[in-house]
Design a protein around this ligand. Structure first.
Ligand SMILES: CC(C)(COP(=O)(O)OP(=O)(O)OC[C@H]1O[C@@H](n2cnc3c(N)ncnc32)[C@H](O)[C@@H]1OP(=O)(O)O)[C@@H](O)C(=O)NCCC(=O)NCCS
Length: 154
């Protein structure tokens, strides 16, 4: 079931994948993001399909922002690909996207809702996100070239 929220500003936020503009989202993330520059369309497409992917839409229809929550829709969520079109920034859409996922019905039982950001801590802090409580517990395999160089499993 899709979840839609109308903003007083006239924008709509929705997780309906049928509305999501894949080509535009890919252009934003592959060309204008600092975290996934160069991501191939095929990989981006799978990431969108496998996530709770959200778009913000202007009244006339075009998509003006996005984010994804990588999630099991029960216990864990990872916020990624938060992006607002340059022309639409500074009018509260970024905050509306975060508020939308914080109140999304499928994300109300998460034991951990996490994200990483280079410089937007002040955005997420307004919605309850804070520094890791116990960073020494976290481990990761980091491969910044994952889409560029095929890797063999260990
Ligand atoms: C970050 C981004 C999504 C914000 O979208 P927006 O619609 O312009 O944001 P809003 O108008 O809702 O306001 C953002 C709020 O977060 C704050 N903020 C903190 N760090 C910020 C940052 N690095 N960039 C933008 N806003 C930031 C702003 O001050 C503002 O708070 P305020 O209204 O209390 O002053 C948008 O600038 C963007 O797409 N940037 C490029 C991609 C990016 O950096 N994404 C985030 C990756 S973690």
């Amino acid at each position: 079931m899709t979840h839609e929220q109308a903003l007083t500003s006239g924008y709509t936020i929705s997780d309906d994948l049928a509305r999501f503009d894949l080509a535009l989202g890919h252009r934003w993330i592959s060309r204008e993001s600092y975290w996934s520059e160069g991501i191939p369309l095929e990989v981006f497409k799978r990431s969108v399909a496998g996530s709770l992917t959200v778009g913000a839409y202007a009244a006339e229809g075009p998509m003006v922002g996005m984010l994804r929550v990588v999630t099991d829709r029960a216990t864990f969520g990872w916020v990624d690909d938060v992006f607002v079109d340059r022309a639409s920034r500074g009018h509260g859409l970024g905050k509306a996207l975060i508020a939308y996922v914080r109140s999304h019905p499928d994300l109300q039982t998460l034991g951990r809702f996490a994200l990483a950001t280079r410089d937007a801590q002040g955005l997420y802090a307004q919605f309850g996100f804070g520094p890791l409580g116990a960073p020494h517990l976290w481990m990761e395999i980091r491969n910044r070239d994952a889409w560029r160089v095929p890797t063999s499993p260990p």
